[in-house]
Each structure stands twice: as structure tokens, then as C-alpha cells.
Design a protein around this ligand. Structure first.
Ligand code: SF4
Length: 398
């Protein structure tokens, strides 16, 4: 039973506990919007929630476990992206403000010499987030076009604050705030790769949620649910902009983040002395990681650094989810691959026992038996057919 007050452990105690889990000498790895979007995509995974909440470097941890996963952009793509972003924001953000006005200006006056690009420098993420909140407040009160270059936004996730840094936020004269995402993938004839736009929308939705936390305390401020996506136009280095509606992504992400198990509850249930410091031996780390429940699905391969490790464990345990979330859903009460195979072979499956109706009456088991029978029939008829003979082709005259 928890000895903490009803509103959770004191923050200093929780911070110390998370530092112990990370390794006392290991600096915390900050959460970014990409990680949060991935976290929200698998809210049932306590392992990821705890490791991200404690600021564990999952890339280093996966390598120490012997299952490294390559993630992130290539060095070339990073350099190209940075140079494009610098170009888009060059000259005091004139071009970016012009693009915003062209897409979202409504009846507002175009940005003029009174447009502002406030200085957001401050010490540490907390200081930068406070400086950004102040700049947003001042820009909303001033009623002029304002460009916030790399602002810092705070968003509380599973009881701990995450600091997020969008490419830019534009404040309109009417008090609207718009998230700007600058990407290096091309926009050809006004359209870009749908998968990349979808990923950018999920990331931008996290920024929108963080901005809403700040805007909620400020009269007259409103956060736009359309974000401005800026990409290179037709393989050139010129910027093209399009509006992306992130209402759906925002709603999904908010729901998923709310469902995330609170980090202190996860940390509380773990044995003392547990540590995810990548410098520890692999066997010790494997045991530590296994102490936190995971929810592996093949989608993890595109979103989480621990995917290869978790896939291996899920396969060892015979979890149907390793074959896909839809397979797990279809199998219902059959909770292991072994049980599903036994049901297909006609043996008493735990689903039948679970349903209390005896063997042979569970519809999933019956469907599996039928599928196994059809497969056996198809294989037998294929084996009975004479081997395929390729037709003789006339000799080539040349
Ligand atoms: S790979 Fe593992 S830790 Fe990461 S989200 Fe999937 S189950 Fe969770």
C-alpha cells in the first residue's frame, strides 16, 4: 500500500526515485514531440512510459541489451533540414510570416515592419518555457504578427513535465497561435508523401496540446488546430506551405496521453535497487527491463528503440500480439500462440475451459479447427497434383 498522500509522492521523492532508476550518474534524456507521439501510440506499455518518464536513453539501453535498433535521420538529412530551416527563417522571419499570412491571414493586414521576433534565450528548459510563455503573452497583448523561433513549451505527461521545442509558433494580430513545422521532404505540385505528412501531423498535435496548456491561462489567446507545414517546393530550396488539420491527431493524442499509466505508480511497484543504467551488465539489465510490463506489437518496430528486445521476449512468451494487434483481438481468450495451435489441432483449448463450455464449443477454437482443416485439404490436393511442366518453347531463330 502506498505511503504517499492521495495526490502522489512528493516531487523531490519521485525525482530521486526516477534518477535512481536511470542511474545516479546518467543525465536524463528529455522527451521530445516525436517520442510523445510514439508513446501515445502505445499507451498500454508501462515499460516505455516508465523509461521515458525516467529519462532513460533507450537507444543506449537497447544496445546494452544486445538488441540495438537504428532510429532517427541520417547526418545528411539533418544538415539538409537545418539549412532549409535557416533559409525559411532568414531575414528576420519575413518569408515565414508571409507564408503564414498567405495561408491563414484571413482579413488581417500583412506582416509589416512592426512584426516581431522576440529573443527567447534563458537558462535551462524551465527558464526557456517561462520566457516563451511571457513572449506569447506579450505578443497576444500587442496584436502584431510575431514569430517565436524555437520556443520551449511544457506539457505534463504521466505526472512529469516534458519540454518540447517546435520549429516555430506564429502569433496572429487577432491572438491566434499557429504551430509551424518545417520539414525537408519535398512538396511536389502542392502534395507531399502522405506517411511523412501524417507523422508531422502527429508531432504537431503534441505541440498544439502543449500550447493549449499555456493558452488556457491567458484571455484572448486561441490555439489554431490547423498547423502550417513548410517543405521544399518541387526539389528546389524554395519554401512551399500547406495547412494540415490536426484535430483528429490532437484528439487521439490527448486521449492516449491521459490513459498513460502515471509514472509514480509504475515506479512504486518496482523492487528497490532496480537500475536501467546502460553501463550495467546485459543480464542485469534484461532482468530490470523484464520487471516492467510491456505491450509489444509489430507497430513498435517503427516507433520504439527497444522493439527488437521486446519482440524477442514476446516471441519467447508465445504472445499472439507479436503477430499483430488484430491477431490478438481475433484470438480472444486464447492468450498464447501455443493455445491457438492446440485449438487448431482440436485439443482442449484454454478458451473452451475459460468459457466454461468444455472443448469444441468455443467459436474461436471452432474457427481455428475449420481453418486448419481447409489448410490440410489444400495442401493434400496440391501434393496429389502432377508436378508442373513448363510448356516447350520454340528455339530462338537468332
Ligand atoms: S518496443 Fe517494448 S518498450 Fe517499446 S513500446 Fe513496444 S513494448 Fe513498449
Amino acid at each position: 500500500m502506498s505511503s504517499y498522500p492521495p495526490d502522489g509522492p512528493p516531487q523531490t521523492t519521485l525525482r530521486q526515485r526516477l534518477a535512481d532508476l536511470r542511474g545516479p550518474a546518467v543525465p536524463p534524456r528529455p522527451l521530445d514531440a516525436r517520442a510523445l507521439a510514439a508513446l501515445a501510440a502505445n499507451p498500454g506499455c508501462g515499460r516505455r512510459a516508465l523509461l521515458d518518464g525516467a529519462g532513460v536513453d533507450k537507444t543506449a539501453l537497447a544496445a546494452a541489451l544486445g538488441s540495438p535498433a537504428a532510429f532517427g535521420q541520417s547526418q545528411f538529412a539533418i544538415v539538409r533540414g537545418n539549412s532549409f530551416e535557416a533559409r525559411v527563417k532568414g531575414d528576420g522571419g519575413v518569408e515565414l510570416l508571409r507564408l503564414t499570412h498567405a495561408r491563414l491571414g484571413g482579413g488581417a493586414e500583412p506582416p509589416g515592419p512592426d512584426s516581431r521576433v522576440p529573443d527567447l534565450t534563458a537558462a535551462g528548459p524551465e527558464g526557456r518555457a517561462a520566457r516563451t510563455a511571457l513572449a506569447l503573452r506579450e505578443a497576444t497583448a500587442a496584436g502584431t504578427w510575431t514569430l517565436l523561433d524555437h520556443p520551449m513549451l511544457a506539457l505534463e505527461v504521466a505526472g512529469t513535465p516534458a519540454y518540447l521545442e517546435p520549429d516555430a509558433v506564429v502569433v496572429h494580430p487577432d491572438g491566434r497561435w499557429t504551430v509551424v513545422e518545417i520539414k525537408s521532404f519535398p512538396m511536389i505540385d502542392g502534395a507531399a508523401d502522405a506517411a511523412k505528412v501524417g507523422a508531422a501531423a502527429r508531432q504537431a498535435a503534441v505541440y498544439v496540446l502543449a500550447l493549449e496548456q499555456t493558452a488556457g491561462k491567458l484571455a484572448g489567446a486561441e490555439v489554431g488546430h490547423q498547423v502550417l507545414l513548410v517543405c521544399p517546393k518541387d526539389f528546389s530550396n524554395l519554401p512551399a506551405a500547406a495547412l494540415v488539420d490536426v484535430r483528429r491527431e490532437r484528439a487521439v493524442t490527448r486521449r492516449q496521453l491521459e490513459r498513460l499509466t502515471r509514472v509514480e505508480e509504475l515506479a512504486e511497484g518496482l523492487p528497490q535497487g532496480l537500475c536501467f543504467d546502460p553501463a550495467r551488465p546485459a543480464a542485469e539489465l534484461t532482468e530490470a527491463v523484464s520487471a516492467v510490463t510491456a505491450s509489444y506489437a509489430p507497430e513498435c518496430l517503427a516507433a520504439c528503440e527497444l522493439a527488437f528486445h521486446c519482440r524477442e521476449r514476446a516471441r519467447e512468451a508465445g504472445e499472439p500480439a507479436a503477430l499483430g494487434r488484430s491477431v490478438r483481438g481475433e484470438l480472444g481468450g486464447l492468450t498464447t500462440v501455443e493455445a491457438a495451435l492446440a485449438a487448431a489441432a482440436g485439443a482442449r483449448a484454454d478458451a473452451g475451459a475459460h468459457a466454461g463450455s468444455g472443448p469444441g464449443t468455443d467459436p474461436t477454437a471452432a474457427a481455428l479447427r475449420e481453418a486448419a482443416r481447409l489448410r490440410a485439404e489444400a495442401l493434400a490436393s496440391a501434393a496429389a497434383r502432377p508436378p508442373y511442366q513448363a510448356p516447350e518453347t520454340p528455339e530462338c531463330p537468332c
